[in-house]
Design a protein. Sequence first.
Length: 441
Amino acid sequence: MLAAMPDSAPSPLSTGDTSPRDGGDACPGTLRLHRADDGALARVRIPGGVLSADRADALLAVAGRFGDGELHLTSRGNVQLRGLDAECGGGPAELLGAAGLLPSAAHERARNIVASPLAGLDGSPSVSGWLSELDGLVCGSAAAASLSGRFLFALDDGRGDVDALGADVTLIAEGGDCLLRVGAEDEVFRVPAEEGPRAALLAAEAFLRAARDSGAWRVKDLPDDVRAEVVRAIGPAAGPAVHRPRPRTAKAPEPGPVTGPYDNGGTTTANATTTATATAISIGVPLGQLSATQWRLLTDTARRYGNELRLTPWRGIVIPGPFAHDEAAEALRTLDAAGLITAPDSPWTGVGACIGHPGCAKSLSDVRAEAGAAVGPVGRLPVYWSGCERRCGHPHGEWIDVVVTPDGHRISHVRGERRDPPATVRNAPAALAATVAAARA
């Protein structure tokens, strides 16, 4: 099982972090809030998306006491608390720190780690050890405090799901070793599995040294020659380079029961067995927004079956079991009745949107309402609705891009770095829904 953050007492909080580039990095955190039209916004980093039920309760308590009472999932498996009162001061950080969700004030925006949410649940290896060790190494590195809130680590169990997300540093399980990818490079380095987290940190620190003169926030922003220097700096500490292109499509866990040999924290073996018919359940969250009632229901379910929730980079949640067949089915029925996505044939599967108007001043439309009005048959491709050209939180790989412009809704098919010629629909909801459905098909 993936390991949640340690339950030890958090270190004392300071008034901010030590990043020398604070003036340029506007990413919000728990200590630095972002001012939005619906109030202040806090982004709570959840490394690997792993939450214990008690920590999930703490997040809800903060949302209810200081914010709009809802939990908003992000494309990095983190949680945003919106509608915070301008007078809340350090109250949210104090409560989150007491719950162990803020172990280092200096590194709280640098703890961006995504992990394969089904790792160890369906026959794939666990990445639990990597997650705990990497988070500890990042929080223990003075240099890593300078990583921007945009820098991303990924821990992939070998299936390629989070490797496809375009992280700055990726560890990929392969046999008894792991592969280390820096940025989008097709060449990866083979390192012993136990050395993976330290190699990932060394790669991040090498990036910081290279970025001093370029002002880059992420590996992809480095000039080609400087990026090559970072890759070369990793070579002496790693094994031989291996050609392995990054996957183009990031595939989310399918909603419903998850089956396979259950790995309870160790390595899954070929002859592993289980008496349960479901090692976990996977749930989608419409537009990534959870009411207090839905969050409590998910937390209570997790508390009964293993005390863990895994927030996914696709704004979903996996609850590890194991479950007996009737238990998984009953849990899914209850969650479905609460408005969550529990099967791949839900019309909400693959539908995403930014916060839109009125929460964001830059948005030209209430794209969440428009996405809901346009929901129809399940599409082959995901669709993401953006209220402006920034496309905050958009997916990776292949998807249908719907952007509101002054001239109407622009719909285009995105394949990695390629974009097909767009179609524009002006002020015609029925035509908009039909055009989006046709593009997704």
